[in-house]
Design a protein around this ligand. Structure first.
Ligand code: SF4
Length: 424
């Protein structure tokens, strides 16, 4: 049946653009109006045809596949659940319930992107805001270690650089924009000022800004690859703006300093609020990675890297993070939820994953799905399955479906697994 559905949500990135018009013809999406080049693929490349589960690569009935998956998990002494960021909140909650019942480790893709952001936030808190406030009020934007011109293609037009909205009636002209990064990027090209920070020296630069804002005297002439005057000018701009925002990305979370870089930036932003309004917003990648953090935190107390092995949630990045669980050969079975660690993890971790029995739920046939003992093709959230997601600013967005699902949802498969496995 052909149809047109308005106000659909694109789940490719953390912007969760919810103004997409989706046209369906002959059971497939043929047009996704307003979706950017990154997002259009989510709609158009997904094949929603019914697909049976696979066990050892062979088509199997749903109940038989659930029974096989339960057998694997019941035999495992140290099962691990990983992924979660590309599925709806309703399924994420089931994933945590499954981990709890199995006494498993559960980790999300945050551990390989913004995990340090969560850790920095635990140390010093986070002065945050919504993308709507940024669009309407912010007159100073600082993009630090992120490149939305390549990763979040509609961010500038919908939320940050160019919208004519609120206190910024002239759009781009009303905003001053800085990019701080280790190399020139497309985002830097669109900015008024680019500061090239020396690789691995973000912490030094952020500490310098904190010292300058606190009025401390600095005698060093060059810091983090730039003359002191460059940091003095940025500090003055930050103090004197009407409403500033720092967007931060993996350039600081995954470089030297990691969570210490984050806590330094978050502290800087908090201190700026003595002089003006200033907020910080992590540039979240996967469509519902912010939802994964929310669900994990409200159900376990921690955003990622949690073990239920002792009957209570225990948090330990470096031990219960999926890369470490696999590299150290601590997991003896895995449930992979809508992610592809076989393709993206370090070689030792990916190789070990292929040696242990793995159960994968994914709407796409990923490399991990191909090497799994049991694979459940599931419906795609935001295309043929509704659900709830959290935007990068932690605003929940309700997803519509453009067609009726002919595959089970992630939530349904996880519910079946919870019913089929024994309590640890
Ligand atoms: S910016 Fe992100 S959410 Fe918006 S259409 Fe592009 S990929 Fe989708």
């Amino acid at each position: 049946m052909n149809s047109v559905t308005e106000n659909m949500t694109c789940t490719f990135c953390g912007c969760l653009c919810d103004d997409i018009t989706v046209e369906v013809a002959d059971g497939r999406v043929v047009k996704a109006k307003k979706a950017c080049a990154n997002g259009a693929g989510i709609f158009k490349e997904y094949d929603p045809s019914p697909a049976p589960p696979l066990v050892d690569g062979k088509e199997t009935g749903y109940d038989e596949a659930i029974a096989k998956a339960a057998e694997i998990l019941n035999q495992a002494k140290s099962p691990m659940i990983y992924g979660l960021s590309s599925m709806a909140v309703e399924a994420q909650k089931k994933a945590v319930a499954l981990a709890d019942k199995l006494g498993a480790v559960i980790d999300t893709t945050s551990s390989v992107c913004h995990g340090p952001t969560g850790m920095g936030m635990m140390e010093v808190g986070e002065a945050t805001c919504t993308l709507g406030e940024i669009r309407n009020r912010a007159d100073l934007l600082v993009f630090w270690g992120c490149n939305p011109a390549a990763s979040h293609l509609r961010h500038f037009a919908r939320f940050s650089m160019t919208p004519k909205a609120g206190l910024n009636p002239n759009g781009r002209k009303d905003r001053t924009i800085y990019t701080v990064d280790v190399r020139p990027t497309p985002t830097a090209q669109k900015s008024d000022h680019f500061i090239q920070v020396a690789i691995g020296h973000d912490y030094e630069a952020l500490t310098t800004l904190r010292a300058l804002i606190a009025g401390k005297k600095i005698t060093q002439k060059e810091i983090a690859g730039q003359p002191l005057e460059v940091w003095q000018e940025l500090a003055e701009r930050m103090k004197s703006c009407r409403y500033g925002v720092a967007f931060m990305g993996m350039g600081i979370t995954m470089s030297r300093g990691r969570q210490h870089n984050v806590s330094e930036l978050f502290s800087l932003v908090t201190e700026l609020n003595k002089y003006t309004r200033f907020s910080v917003l992590p540039m979240r990648g996967h469509g519902n990675v912010a939802g994964a953090d929310q669900v994990m935190t409200w159900q376990c107390g921690y955003p990622f890297a949690v073990s239920f092995a002792k009957g209570i949630p225990q948090f330990c990045p470096g031990e219960f993070t999926a890369v470490d669980m696999l590299s150290n050969k601590h997991a003896d079975a895995a449930v992979i939820l809508a992610s592809d660690p076989a393709a993206h993890f370090p070689v030792a971790a990916a190789e070990y994953l292929s040696e242990i029995p793995t159960i994968t739920l994914d709407c796409e046939v990923s490399l991990t799905a191909k090497v799994s003992k049991v694979y459940f093709p599931t419906a795609c959230y935001g295309v043929d399955a509704p659900g709830t997601c959290y935007r990068m600013d932690n605003v929940p967005i309700r997803l519509r479906a453009a067609m009726e699902a002919r595959r089970p949802t992630d939530e349904k498969v996880l519910t079946s697994l919870i019913e089929a496995v024994k309590s640890c």
